[in-house]
Ligand binder design. Structure first.
Ligand code: ATP
Ligand code: MG
Length: 391
């Protein structure tokens, strides 16, 4: 008998001729996650098997697999010879002592001498005679014991299905650039896009010394936690101090955030193009704050025509976003009270219905607009993020 972990993938299953492409990326991502456990991964048809891991690390292996997008579910199973006597023994061990149950048999090996229904009936009868307090319920059982009869004379037996993250394997949908603030929303936006197979780098705008070194450290920490599920992230840190000072000096107060956001979008698009990122991602949610009204989004969106801007949180409530932040482990870091550059020089009443024409008029008041833009791009600091200790 050997302990194994059965991995099932989800949506990839629906892919046609190019399914192998998605599977290759999923397998690569799984292997990367398991690299420190010294275990084996066998890729079969529509399911993968992890074996040869130290039993005492089983929970850790399962936890690592639960951070891989593209995995629909997992089961810790025993792999046993598939003769009837052995199957009966192990099915009895997996079954509970009381309540209702069902045996669910799947035969990968159609040459097996009993049909799935006949084998389930035999195993069920054996369990009932060993555990008289159990009752069979084929429709809504409290417990199911799964028996998967394989081609090589073995069978996998398990009693629990553990949810994976679902989604698509990270890397199968290309690369984007995430606008990462220190807040709650933008890490969640990155996570949602990684779930659809996008890998991404991140760009952060800071206003040092108005914003602190700790504020930057917080963003580094967020990126590090995100790497646990979203893959390797390079972080581009852009100083916008001089841009903010110029905006403060020349522009109408109520447009300060709008103009800063337009600068941020333009710089992000330049960096994305340089780094072969095909889209921008941000954490905007419609109506959440003044800078996220339809009009504000229209005015900032106007700065980027070369690529799509994905806003996966656009229709989500704050609580829904927080729930995901808690699940992905970024919430506690996001709520640390360090200021963002957008909170420096905050106007008393930011415009909620800006127009492109007025924004352009305000920008025209900044004498060295293009130099400020290229200076910020030239001063970008590129950080490689090491894996979070907590993951
Ligand atoms: P978050 O919780 O992500 O900070 P928020 O509710 O504070 O979002 P805003 O400050 O309006 O919302 O920011 C909207 C989006 O703009 C953010 O989700 C992020 O993608 C981007 N953004 C804001 N500030 C920065 C920054 N300093 N650096 C990079 N991106 C930023
Ligand atoms: Mg913010």
């Amino acid at each position: 008998m050997e302990n194994i972990i059965v991995i099932r993938y989800g949506e990839i299953y629906l892919k046609g001729k190019n399914r192998a492409f998605f599977e290759r990326i999923l397998i690569k991502n799984i292997r990367y996650k398991l690299k420190d456990f010294g275990c084996k991964l066998h890729a079969g048809r529509s399911r993968y098997i992890v074996s040869d891991y130290p039993t005492k690390q089983e929970n850790e292996v399962v936890a690592a697999l639960q951070t891989v997008f593209g995995i629909h579910s997992l089961s810790v199973a025993v792999c046993v010879p598939n003769d009837l006597e052995t199957l009966i023994k192990h099915v009895c061990l997996s079954a509970p002592d009381s309540g209702t149950f069902r045996i669910s048999v799947h035969r990968g090996d159609k040459r097996y001498p009993l049909t799935s229904v006949a084998l389930a009936a035999k195993l069920g009868a054996a369990v009932l005679s060993a555990k008289p307090d159990l009752r069979v319920d084929l429709h809504t059982p409290e417990h199911t014991v799964w028996v998967d009869v394989r081609e090589n004379g073995t069978a996998y037996i398990y009693g629990k299905v553990i949810n994976g993250l679902g989604g698509m394997p990270v890397g199968c949908a290309g690369k984007g650039l995430l606008l990462l603030s220190g807040g709650i929303d933008s890490p969640v936006a990155g996570y949602m896009m990684a779930k659809r197979g996008l890998c991404f780098d991140a760009i952060h705008f800071h206003s040092y010394p108005y914003t602190s070194e700790q504020a930057k450290e917080k963003v580094i920490q967020l990126a590090s936690i995100m790497q646990n599920t979203c893959g390797k992230i390079h972080l581009y840190c852009v100083p916008v101090t001089q841009i903010q000072e110029a905006i403060h000096k020349y522009c109408t107060d109520s447009y300060m955030i709008t103009i800063l956001r337009r600068f941020m979008m333009r710089i992000a698009a330049i960096v994305a193009q340089k780094q072969q990122c095909g889209c921008l991602i941000n954490g905007e949610s419609l109506g959440q704050v003044a800078s996220q009204t339809l009009e504000s989004i229209t005015v900032t969106n106007d700065m980027v025509s070369s690529m799509p801007i994905f806003r996966p949180l656009i229709g989500m409530d704050k609580q829904e976003i927080i729930d995901i932040a808690l699940k992905m482990g970024t919430y506690e870091t996001s709520v640390l009270p360090y200021e963002d550059c957008c909170t420096v020089f905050l106007p008393e009443s930011p415009v909620t219905r800006p127009t492109i024409a007025k924004a352009e008029e305000e920008e025209a008041k900044i004498p060295d607009y293009n130099r400020l833009l290229s200076d910020a791009v030239n001063k970008i600091e590129i950080l490689k993020i090491s894996q979070s200790e907590t993951c």
